[in-house]
Design a protein around this ligand. Structure first.
Ligand SMILES: *[C@@H]1O[C@H](CO)[C@@H](O)[C@H](O)[C@H]1NC(C)=O
Ligand SMILES: *[C@@H]1O[C@H](CO)[C@@H](O)[C@H](O)[C@H]1NC(C)=O
Ligand SMILES: *[C@@H]1O[C@H](CO)[C@@H](O)[C@H](O)[C@H]1NC(C)=O
Ligand SMILES: *[C@@H]1O[C@H](CO)[C@@H](O)[C@H](O)[C@H]1NC(C)=O
Ligand SMILES: *[C@@H]1O[C@H](CO)[C@@H](O)[C@H](O)[C@H]1NC(C)=O
Ligand SMILES: *[C@@H]1O[C@H](CO)[C@@H](O)[C@H](O)[C@H]1NC(C)=O
Ligand SMILES: *[C@@H]1O[C@H](CO)[C@@H](O)[C@H](O)[C@H]1NC(C)=O
Length: 792
């Protein structure tokens, strides 16, 4: 809603967006425009790797300036030079830079009007960008360079439109050159080909590239057309030389002179444009050049920059309109944190339907599930709430990948298999969608796919399925010295893989139960208890020699049953934080400590709490995790631990720790997110936390905490019903954050959780807040579901 208190009816205005004419509201001076609260530059510095450029929701075309430095998503704020403008990116990823293929670059003129004195190759052409010029808004990005060029960009689903404005102040007379480079951000190209049509300046071409966090290669094609200036001449360039006679350039991996770092391409040179601007329209396609051109021609026949931009803005307003908040008293910054988080959650996976050359299918094809290990915990549960139609398409697309490639992915980008970080966590997505009755999914195939993960080890379990399945079935854990002749994969992470496989099996059990497969239900329920086989009950933990006084942690175990050792704080921020990545020396826990993974049994918190010494011990151990510096909220496994106090009957502490991290770790600065955004994982964490209902992924369970707003409403796109969560005694200073009592549709509600039908059926959850912890939600019968009971 409005940040100002002058507009108490703003919530109505917000709620109307999307259903009523948007145009009517836009431009009216006192109406709320959600886009004023989205800052795409948040998370672009300090390793956040957020993509701040122009894109549609889940769009394939993602245009931004590419900088030199930590440029995983093309542009990073903590950089100084720009080398080009490219049309496809991923957001928030942690691997090597993604995509960024076929950058174009504009220069006002060549010195002395000599084509060979222009700057061609990547490093030569780098130009300083002006610090205050970077402007980002959904559907739009703009930046000004020291060479007197302002570059603005906007996109449709599969094409980008650039508007280059030349300041005209240069001493040279204006004769702009626009080049395309066959390079990509990770410099992974093998083959490349470019051609320029000397009759109209159209630049087309293709290349073969590698994915940024996976195996194999992909082909991509482009098509650039210009408008706004008369064509002067065209040509090709390689390294720092250009030639106007030749019109094609061909780079081959087998050649000795075409390394993947070689900068080369084609160009078009123009006479001075009348209004100092040139428009460049770039179509992209994974299919062929013809389709790249057709995508651009269909989506933007008129090179209408303002029209394309405003269509993109409307698409974003509509996407965000399902959520409305009464933000009375809430700072503009905090509202911006919220809506920007929402925005970043809706960028990926990307809709490549009709752009998949790998197989023919009538099913949707989404890509950039980057990665499900990150996204299953918050992004997809959020999409199920705010965009169940897209969530359905994404799940169908995952199943189509299973049909054609044999396994569900754990990570996928650029039509390639990505690396699996832990379990087969698409199983969690399937169970989550099944329990929440996401529409349109072939559940028999979904069940077949998750059972295959659990039963059939793939030849290369680095990129799909699970490794060590023989041990999993016979020993009930992944031994640290696993002997596994059945498949190839990185033999690390025995602890984190064990707890994730256990939870994956629980998710299969839930589906089996719903489908009446009793024997499977029992089998996978039993296997879901495997986490306990790595619990070493006498394991102590100290920090700098001082005993933490908590005993019992997950520990590595050998095939023969004896225990190995990994310091329980190892791979926490307190000890060797960066020693647990996806490499052969990556240790037994992935991107986190045994301290953290010891809390991961979300299906059997009753058993876990007993194992850790009862509710009081569990609570103080969980508080210690948050208070001691052992936890980094920038890795996704941390999310659930913020809310797990619900299970020990202390929902007030979940609210407390939610505020402990927001806004201290999530703010409106360019460095304002913890860690990489991971395709919107951090964004969805803030949005869900601030809406006050934390979804336990893979279960039909939402843990109740008070929203950060007086009121939040979510409209379900399938049923048309609206669910409202209302704080009574709302305090925008967040002192009163403890639920005293709750009412669901007017009836007292003492459980500290609720189910998804609240969102599909609609209704009102009223939370009465107070300054101190109350008895609400604390009794055993109030606690969320658990396989084992909560009593001794
Ligand atoms: C872009 O693609 C989405 C589906 O991902 C579709 O709903 C939307 O209509 C498309 N937009 C345009 C302008 O074609
Ligand atoms: C790229 O284009 C050239 C010329 O049309 C063609 O020979 C080549 O096969 C294409 N490469 C790919 C990967 O499509
Ligand atoms: C440009 O290429 C043509 C054809 O390959 C060649 O004859 C000519 O010498 C080249 N010009 C320059 C300046 O390199
Ligand atoms: C652990 O217990 C000892 C003895 O009671 C105490 O001195 C020490 O401070 C405790 N350690 C922590 C981290 O609380
Ligand atoms: C179990 O295996 C480990 C690793 O090979 C070995 O160090 C240990 O001594 C073995 N324990 C027993 C009881 O054989
Ligand atoms: C832990 O970090 C220290 C200091 O960086 C390093 O010397 C040591 O090798 C690391 N230990 C392991 C097991 O990775
Ligand atoms: C903003 O968030 C970042 C990332 O979590 C954090 O390091 C920084 O301290 C925060 N800044 C403020 C002013 O809270």
């Amino acid at each position: 809603m409005l940040p100002s208190k002058t507009h108490p009816t703003g919530i109505l205005i917000t709620a109307l967006y999307g259903s009523i004419s948007l145009a009517a509201a836009v431009g009216s001076t006192d109406s709320f425009d959600v886009l004023d609260y989205v800052d795409p530059l948040i998370g672009t510095a300090n390793g956040g790797h957020v993509f701040p450029g122009a894109t549609l929701p889940f769009g394939m075309a993602k245009a931004v300036a590419d900088t030199v430095g930590e440029n995983q998503a093309g542009f990073a704020y903590d950089t100084t030079v720009v080398t080009g403008f490219s049309h496809m990116h991923d957001s928030g990823t942690g691997g090597s830079p993604s995509l960024g293929n076929f950058p174009i670059f504009a220069q006002p003129s060549c010195p002395n009007d000599d084509i060979n004195q222009c700057k061609w190759q990547l490093n030569d052409r780098a130009v300083v960008w002006k610090r205050d010029s970077a402007k980002a808004r959904p559907g739009y990005f703009s930046i000004s360079l020291a060479n007197g060029v302002q570059a603005e960009m906007t996109t449709t689903n599969r094409s980008a439109l650039y508007r280059f404005t030349f300041d005209g102040a240069s001493s040279e007379s204006l004769s702009p050159v626009v080049l395309v480079d066959l390079i990509d951000l990770p410099q992974s190209r093998t083959n490349g080909f470019a051609d320029v049509d000397s009759s109209n300046g159209r630049l087309t071409g293709n290349g073969t590239f590698n994915p940024s966090f996976g195996i194999g290669s992909y082909d991509l094609h482009f098509c650039v057309d210009f408008k706004g200036a008369e064509l002067r001449d065209t040509g090709v360039w390689t390294k720092n030389r250009a030639n106007t006679t030749r019109k094609t350039v061909s780079l081959r991996a087998d050649g000795t002179n075409s390394p993947d770092t070689l900068s080369a391409g084609t160009f078009a040179r123009f006479h001075a444009p009348k209004d100092n601007t040139i428009l460049a329209r770039v179509g992209v396609s994974f299919m062929n050049v013809k389709q790249a051109c057709a995508n651009a021609e269909r989506e933007q026949p008129n090179f209408d920059f303002d029209g394309t931009r405003s269509a993109a803005e409307d698409a974003w307003r509509k996407k965000l309109s399902v959520v409305s908040v009464d933000a009375d008293g809430v700072s503009k910054d905090l509202q911006t944190v919220f809506w920007s988080g929402a925005y970043r959650s809706l960028i990926s996976p990307q809709d490549y339907t009709g752009e998949n050359p790998l197989w023919e299918s009538d099913e949707p094809y989404y890509d950039s599930y980057y990665c499900i290990w990150d996204s299953y915990r918050s992004i997809h549960p959020l999409l199920t709430l705010v965009d169940p139609l897209s969530q359905s398409l994404m799940m169908r697309s995952l199943l189509d990948i299973y049909r054609h490639e044999g396994y569900l992915p754990d990570c996928r980008m650029s039509l390639c298999k990505g690396y699996t970080q832990g379990g087969s966590n698409a199983d969690v997505l399937m169970a989550d969608a099944y329990l929440k009755k996401v529409d349109g999914i072939d559940w028999d195939t979904a069940y077949e796919a998750v059972v295959k993960d659990a039963e059939v080890e793939p030849a290369n379990w680095n990129v799909e399925g699970r490794g060590g399945l023989q041990s999993w079935k016979s020993l009930g854990y992944i031994p640290t010295d696993d002997y596994d002749p059945y498949g190839v994969g990185t033999h690390t992470r025995s602890i984190s893989r064990t707890v994730e496989y256990a939870y994956n099996d629980f998710c299969i059990a839930e589906m089996a139960k719903g489908m009446g497969k009793q024997a499977d239900y029992e089998k996978y329920t039993t296997r879901s208890g495997n986490w306990a086989h790595m619990f070493k009950e006498d394991q102590k933990s100290s920090i700098n020699g001082a005993d933490t006084n908590f005993t019992g942690f997950l520990q590595p175990r050998y095939t023969n049953g004896t225990w190995g050792y990994q310091d329980p704080i190892f791979c926490s921020p307190l000890l060797n934080f960066t020693s647990c990545y996806l490499n052969p020396s990556g240790h037994e826990t992935y991107e986190g400590s045994s301290w953290l993974y010891t809390f991961y049994a979300p299906h059997d918190m009753g058993a876990l709490i007993k194992t850790l010494g009862g509710a009081e011990q569990f609570t103080s151990r969980l508080e210690f995790l948050h208070e001691s510096g052992l936890l980094y909220v920038g890795d996704e496994q941390a999310f659930l631990t913020v809310f797990q106090f619900h299970y020990s009957g202390r929902p007030a502490l979940s609210a407390k720790y939610s505020h402990f991290y927001i806004p201290s770790q999530f703010n409106t600065t360019t460095a304002g997110i913890a860690g990489n955004d991971d395709s919107g994982a951090m964004g969805s964490f803030v949005m869900l936390s601030m809406m006050g209902l934390w979804p336990v992924p893979g279960q039909d369970v939402y843990l109740i905490t008070p929203p950060y707003f007086k009121e939040v409403s979510i409209k379900n796109a399938v049923t048309g019903k609206t669910a409202t969560i209302r704080n009574v005694n709302f305090d925008a200073n967040y002192k009163s954050i403890f639920i005293q009592s709750a009412k669901l549709n007017g009836e007292a509600w003492s459980k500290n959780w609720l189910t998804h039908d609240f969102f599909t059926q609609g209704g009102v959850l009223e939370l009465e807040l107070g300054l101190t912890e109350s008895k609400w939600g604390t009794q055993t019968e109030d606690l969320p579901p658990s396989l084992s009971n909560y009593h001794k």
